[in-house]
Ligand binder design. Structure first.
Ligand code: ASC
Length: 152
């Protein structure tokens, strides 16, 4: 009887692993990937912040280019915090709470996505006032997640 179900189980397992880009990778591959995404995000988020805070001259083209990068890259790190990626051959600053409080971690990512969904059009709008209005709330979601889930 069990034999009959083996092919089904194999198919289900294949479907489940195909879901995550990192299912068959080493933990450090996922760690490197998410760190790389955060480095790129910090660069372009920082560029928007410098303009929003008057530390760099406002340049609508630069702001729009930053927005384009963030629109793609900000969606990526969450996918690389899968099970088993809490440690690996390279150091991670992710706290165990990422996996222990997985629902809360997902909420933290959702909060960032919600604010990014406002920041991105604001940064593309050509209006410094719109950029200023959207920047702070997005930065709060970065900080909120770091406070709970990133070791110092
Ligand atoms: C940045 C950056 C972060 C956030 C965070 C906001 O520019 O690199 O991680 O803002 O500092 O508090």
């Amino acid at each position: 009887v069990m034999k009959k179900f083996v092919p089904v189980l194999v198919a289900l397992a294949a479907a489940a692993t195909a879901h995550s880009a990192f299912a068959q990778a080493k933990p450090e591959d996922a760690i490197k990937y998410r760190q790389a995404a955060f480095i790129v995000m910090a660069k372009h988020f920082g560029s928007l912040g410098a303009m929003a805070n008057g530390k760099a001259p406002y340049d609508a083209k630069v702001a729009a280019a930053d927005a384009d990068v963030l629109a793609a890259v900000a969606t990526l790190p969450f996918t690389a915090f899968g099970p088993g990626t809490d440690k690996g051959a390279i150091k991670t600053e992710a706290k165990p709470e990422v996996w222990k409080d997985a629902d809360k971690f997902k909420q933290a990512d959702d909060a960032m996505q919600t604010e990014m969904a406002k920041l991105i059009p604001a940064a593309r709008s050509g209006s410094l006032d719109q950029l200023k209005a959207a920047f702070g709330p997005t930065g709060k979601t970065c900080k909120g997640c770091h406070d709970d889930f990133k070791s110092k």
